[in-house]
Design a protein around this ligand. Structure first.
Ligand code: N01
Length: 543
């Protein structure tokens, strides 16, 4: 994409003042822009990257693809767009998703309203004017509303390993992969991490590198993707009933078309369980967690799924000691289940070594490689597949100040607190798209994004129609929502392991379960709030 940003005066420079400033031009920021501009508002999106696409702009590591099926991981706001666009594979690759985002931006003429290469450093609410003053590395702009479309997994987690500066080889983070790609031919590569990004890239890097050493702190469960060309019959069925397909999926707990089995594992016979798990394994994908309705609620039920997955590891990995190390001792689904193509098989290759760093952390990065368990592993390149400061990292990297100069960092010192993952008490006219406290990462992200964007755009239009200048979540509504989010999570097995859903992967981050579990009840709640004149928010005709 050409760097247009510096070629012409920016829209903000021309306009001086905006109705809405959107931070981020990924799936969320772009659709927000479309909705607001269609409603006649002056809105622009500031994007730190040199291109649009957010997650799909940055995550270009080998094997990067979505773990939600392509026909579901797409916008539904335009019937024509859904009809016209043809996905090529069951799970789309990063380049294909990026092409899709770029197509959408061009089709709906969004690019002139995106300021690329523009990082937002601070956003301050001015109580006298009732407007946000937003400072970027290119100047200051004023807007009535500030909308954060900063993504849930966009702020990288790069652990502070001692000695990284001394490493004489090259190093990369999966979340900021070089656009020109990396050639690992004849290189000794070290990979730190075994989450989704690592599991997708390990099989491909192992084929290229002379040797791959994987440093594993926590083993992950993974199910096969069984990826391949998209079945034309499936596409035909989808296009024959797009609205029905979307509506049915929106009624499912994760807002994604995982075939839900209402039976309980503990009330089924071992033959029924085996048959259900076999079928899910043969189908592949995240739908495995919907095999029984008690899997994510009852530890004993979950153990039956764990045993099935552990058996698959033992059957696949030839070296029993390596298979044992690759076997998680966790609740299935508690950390995000991974979806792979040939991950466990890769450990049968003679050029792949697994190093257990669960009992003692990596000691240091040396000039020549990585020292762990008292041994130095010589490497030419290191890949950090160490994930993200999820859900709050990108928001808190900006100096956001609400009423009384209170910063969001201070407000969230004990963990994020929001009303519906949409608004924050003390921060008027400020919205977060798929913020903490909304289904977000525990749902199909694109429908969740669209639902949030539609809700916010409807709210802004409602305010205009009713001459309101200012909207703000109340502390009471926020407290009640936070309590409810926790109550729902505590009724499940999700809070029982050290996942990034809890912030447990980032040292010092408060341990708070951030996503809301249950897409359909969440949507219902948001609709009710809007129908009741934005219940739980205070609305004012002056700032
Ligand atoms: O990150 P992760 P990710 N020393 O946090 C390890 C989405 N996504 O980028 O588990 C040693 O899952 C860490 O160990 P531990 C998806 O939602 C989707 O892989 O903390 N190791 C872990 O093994 C996913 O869940 C797709 O003990 C260290 C790994 O690094 C989310 O993004 C693809 C360490 C990080 O795993 C994040 O996935 C990719 C240390 N100091 C991502 N610090 C698809 O759509 C961290 N680790 C398929």
């Amino acid at each position: 994409m050409p760097d247009r940003a510096r070629a012409k005066p920016s829209e903000s420079e021309r306009l001086g003042e905006l109705d809405v400033l959107i931070v981020g031009a990924g799936f969320a920021g772009l659709y927000m822009l479309h909705r607001l501009r269609s409603a006649g508002l002056e809105a622009i999106a500031y994007e730190a990257g040199s291109g649009i696409g957010g997650t799909w702009f940055w995550n270009r590591y080998p094997g990067a693809r979505c773990d939600i099926e392509s026909i579901e991981y797409s916008y539904q706001f335009s019937e024509e767009l859904q009809r016209d666009w043809e996905w090529s594979e069951r799970y789309a690759t990063q380049p294909e998703i990026l092409r899709y985002v770029e197509h959408v931006a061009e089709r709906f003429d969004l690019l002139p309203h995106v300021e690329l290469n523009t990082r937002v450093n601070s956003a301050t609410f001015d109580e006298t004017t009732g407007r946000w003053s937003v400072e970027t590395d290119r100047g200051v702009v004023s807007a009535q509303f500030c909308i954060m479309a900063t993504g849930c997994l966009s702020s990288m987690n790069t652990p502070d390993f001692k000695g990284l500066d001394s490493f004489k080889g090259s190093w990369f983070h999966t979340g900021r992969w070089p656009h020109e790609g990396v050639d690992f031919t004849d290189q000794r590569v070290g990979m730190i991490g075994t989450g989704s990004s690592a599991i997708q890239s390990i099989p491909l890097i192992a084929q290229e590198a002379s040797h791959l050493t994987v440093f594993q702190r926590t083993a992950s469960y993974s199910v096969p993707a069984h990826n391949g060309p998209l079945d034309p019959e499936r596409v035909r069925e989808f296009k024959a009933d797009i609205a029905g397909f979307r509506e049915r999926n929106s009624q499912l707990p994760f807002g994604a078309g995982f075939k839900l089995n209402l039976a309980k594992a503990l009330e089924s016979t071992s033959e029924q369980r085996q048959s259900e798990y076999d079928e899910r394994w043969a189908t592949g994908g995240l739908g495995f967690v919907a095999a029984f309705s008690d899997l994510l609620i009852d530890r004993e039920a979950n153990d039956t799924a764990a045993e099935f997955l552990l058996q698959k590891i033992r059957e696949t990995v030839k070296d029993a000691a390596v298979a044992e190390l690759l076997s998680p001792d966790l609740v299935v689904g508690c950390k995000r289940l991974c979806v792979d193509t040939g991950y466990f098989e890769t450990f049968n290759r003679p050029n792949v070594t697994l190093v257990d760093v669960s009992k003692a952390p990596i000691e240091e990065i040396t000039r020549n490689g990585i020292r762990a368990n008292g041994e130095e592993y010589e490497l030419d390149a290191i890949v950090f597949a160490t994930g993200f400061d999820a859900m709050t990292g990108a928001l808190l990297s900006i100096d956001i100040r609400g009423r009384g100069g209170m910063t969001l960092r201070e407000k969230w010192a004990e963990g994020p607190r929001t009303y519906l993952g949409l608004g924050v008490a003390g921060f008027p006219n400020f919205f977060t798209i798929t913020g903490p406290g909304s289904p977000s990462v525990l749902s199909n992200m694109i429908p969740s994004i669209e639902q949030h964007v539609n809700w916010i755009a409807d709210c802004v239009e409602y305010m205009r129609e009713h001459d309101y200048a200012c909207i703000e979540a109340t502390e009471e509504a926020q407290d009640a929502w936070v309590a409810h989010v926790n109550e729902v999570a505590n009724g499940t097995l999700f809070p029982t392991c050290n996942s990034w859903y809890l912030g447990a992967n980032v040292p010092g981050k408060p341990r708070v379960f951030m996503p809301y579990l249950g897409f359909p009840p969440y949507v219902q709640k948001c609709n009710e709030v809007a129908e009741k004149g934005y219940e739980g928010f205070s609305l004012d005709s002056a700032g």
